[in-house]
Design a protein around this ligand. Sequence first.
Ligand SMILES: [Zn+2]
Length: 316
Amino acid sequence: MEMKKYFIGIDIGGMSVKGVAVDKDGKILCEGTAPTGDKDGGNSLAENVCELIQRLISDSGHAATEFAGVGVGCPGVIDSKNGVVVFAGNLSLKNFPLVERVQKSVKLPVKITNDANAAALGEAKFGAGKRYDNAVLITLGTGVGGGVIIDGKLFEGYKSAGTELGHIVIQEGGNPCTCGRKGCFETYASATALINSTARAMRENKDSAMWNTYTPETVTGKTAFEYMDCDKTAKKVVEEYVRYLASGLTSIANIFRPQIIMLGGGVCNQGERLIAPVREMVKREIFGGTDYADIEIVKATLGNLAGSLGAASLIM
Ligand SMILES: [Zn+2]
């Protein structure tokens, strides 16, 4: 007799909370969203999360007793063992016992991990990495986030404070990073970094065709790609971005030697225009070559569902 065959996944973002109810294969029964609420130390957030969970259960058409539990992905430093949000700056949370608060209200087991880890789990279990036990997800957004799956399990490091893959230094003494170091991977490979280098290249090259439609203030992560085939400044921006991205990915691959690296975030919508040259460079530079242990580098496939699906899998 198997009664508890459904799962809730909750993905907390800076502005809103996304939730899904799924079966064991990650098939979505229903979805929903809620605001993160007032920055009152966690009370509003916990209430909104509980309300969303109840709504998902009710929309799923199944009884609460058929649910095995709730998984939560949350930004910031998360003590997953004790279910505490140690620190989440964007949400104004400090030492907030989110798991205990939610568990008490919804009367289901609740587990939590960092949002990047949740996304990595989601992609590894249900997305681009589902055929592999050793996978890394790198998300190229405002910063660079990452999650590591080893032998089918999430690797979080001591007190789940690990795998901050955006903060490996790829250029000693390089660009200043929000973490306090200089030359971190994310200061070269994030969408923010790409936008900054595009704007800088325009300022330094007044003859660039990018000036036809953009100013340094209006460039996006797409601008350089849009012009790379007709403008040498844009082409140089893309080539440099590819080199930095490949450099960081090669170091990450040399440490974990995953079977697959999945790339997420808006920049990856460039598809093979971005990923093909990155793949080629990583395969060329990776330690020992790829004859013995090959590596795949692909676009992540779940988009903004990766986090909530991965969170749900925490309970499976
Ligand atoms: Zn850093």
